[in-house]
Design a protein around this ligand. Structure first.
Ligand SMILES: [Fe+2]
Length: 473
């Protein structure tokens, strides 16, 4: 696939302009200005990853997959705030920094540089994309890519190297592993272009990996972005977004949407039992909020698995087409019958669902989302509000600020309480009108009232993808 000439610069892309515009400066600034009062119980770091191409992309740029990773961290302690941002320095970023321009094209451009340009070790490689998520596990901060080895990041957010979990997981893990709050284990999947096309694994609380186990019953490689866990199951939603390497090698799309094939949900018993597959019509999800096991509300004699998520009709923007935006949804899966019952639970256009992660795998009272209100926006692909859906009452609470593009809300629990409404929702926000960014601290007990503290960022923080609160200690 190596060609004599480098792919060309890309035309302007909406996901590289306005609040998305990448930044190149790496800064470390203490004593940030704070409007309001930062809760003194907030002691830790909020760190978030997102696509931020080091140099202007060439060939193609496919949001949300493409881009180099950049971590944005705000350390909160004793009512004060400090900000640090750093690129995740893959070998591709380092090589491009040597020459001062992009060498590797976007994911959708089937071209790799040769040894004459990048040396023998990097010849024929694709750009690594650890730009999706950032988690801490076993005391190690990991920048996560879409099914690849994560990058270990140091205390100053310096890039330390790739993580194979003791050599057990050389193919890597997904970008959305789930840590079981009961056991401390991190559960992950990985899809592969060669058999076995889908595997899953458990990583011990100390970071020790176990060899991947195949998910039986997957006949071709599909892209899967997120997952969920329950007490007994790993939940994998396998939608018909297939990798087509033949088409890619002849200039076509690497990913093809085949709705006629339907979406299948795998309930993989964590104790190693046989996979239970449940079939449904085609739908897509980028993100789950949570999953759990309960008695079926419609028939208390039946044990079901409930999955809360943001439902798309198709995997936009990879497979664009006329469809309503994503809605908060629930799937009720009967493992014994192999059936799925789905419903849209609120008429809202939302994405980036999150919960209090201490409740992963158990029923959560509230799911939080980034919300699109439908008001005019300079960048219509942004999210301009936040919403909280109370699953006990059905009530939706919104916070609809003016002139802000908002990111995924992440929950920071109050260390003095286990109650799910004691804590704060954190997210970065950027003003459409000025480009100024801030970290918002919103009380979970009354989120509709908006932030109790707004931490002013010293530089713009581009809209990104996923982040997490990492308590101190
Ligand atoms: Fe994601």
């Amino acid at each position: 696939m190596t060609a004599p000439t480098r792919p060309s610069p890309i035309p302007p892309d909406v996901h590289l302009t306005g609040p998305y515009t990448p930044v190149t400066a790496e800064v470390d600034v203490a004593d940030l200005r704070i409007d309001g009062a930062l809760p003194t119980d907030l002691d830790g770091s909020y760190v978030r990853n997102g696509p931020n191409p080091r140099f202007s992309p060439i060939g193609s740029f496919l949001y949300p997959i493409d881009g180099d990773g950049m971590l944005h961290r705000v350390v909160l302690s004793e009512g004060r705030a400090r900000y640090t941002n750093r690129f995740v320095r893959t070998p591709m970023v380092r090589k491009e920094e040597e020459v001062g321009h992009a060498i590797w094209p976007g994911f959708a451009t089937p071209w790799q540089p040769g040894a004459d340009e990048v040396g023998p070790l990097l010849a024929g490689t694709m750009r690594q994309l650890p730009d999706v998520n950032v988690v801490r596990h076993g005391g190690t901060l990991l920048a996560l890519a879409e099914c690849d080895q994560p990058y270990r990041m140091g205390p100053q957010l310096e890039t330390l190297g790739q993580e194979t979990f003791g050599g057990q997981l050389p193919a890597g893990i997904c970008a959305h592993p789930k840590t079981d709050p009961r056991t401390g284990e991190m559960i992950a999947f990985c899809y592969n272009l060669q058999p076995p096309f889908l595997t899953w694994t458990t990583i011990a609380p100390d970071g020790t990996g176990t060899p991947p186990r195949p998910v039986e019953g997957v006949e071709r490689p599909s892209m899967i972005h997120d997952m969920a866990i329950t007490e007994r199951y790993v939940v994998l939603v396998v939608a018909p977004l297939y990798f087509d390497m033949e088409a890619a090698s002849s200039g076509g799309s690497m990913l093809a949407w085949h709705p006629e094939a339907g979406t299948r949900i795998a309930l993989v018993p964590r104790d190693g039992g046989p996979v239970r597959w449940c079939e449904d019509e085609a739908f897509w999800l980028w993100h789950t909020a949570n999953a759990y096991e309960v008695k079926d509300p419609a028939d208390p004699a039946v044990d079901v698995v409930v999955v809360d998520y943001a439902e798309w009709a198709r995997p936009s923007p990879i497979a664009p087409g006329p469809a309503a935006g994503p809605r908060p949804a629930r799937a009720v899966i009967d493992p014994a019958a192999g059936t799925v019952r789905r419903e849209i639970v609120a008429d809202l256009e939302v994405e980036f669902p999150r919960i209090d992660d201490r409740l992963l795998g158990r029923p959560q009272p509230v799911s939080a989302f980034a919300l699109r209100t439908g008001r005019p926006m300079p960048h219509p692909t942004c999210w301009d509000a936040l919403a909280w859906h109370d699953l006990r009452t059905g009530r939706v609470t919104r916070w609809e600020p003016v002139d802000l593009a908002l990111g995924e809300p992440a929950f920071a629990p109050d260390p003095r309480s286990d109650a799910p409404d004691r804590g704060w929702w954190l997210t970065y926000a950027t003003r459409f009108s000025t480009g100024e960014s801030s970290l918002l601290v919103i009380p979970a007990a009354d989120p509709g009232s908006g932030p109790v503290a707004t931490v002013r960022m010293p530089v713009r923080v581009p809209l990104g993808l996923h982040g997490n609160w990492l308590p101190s200690g």
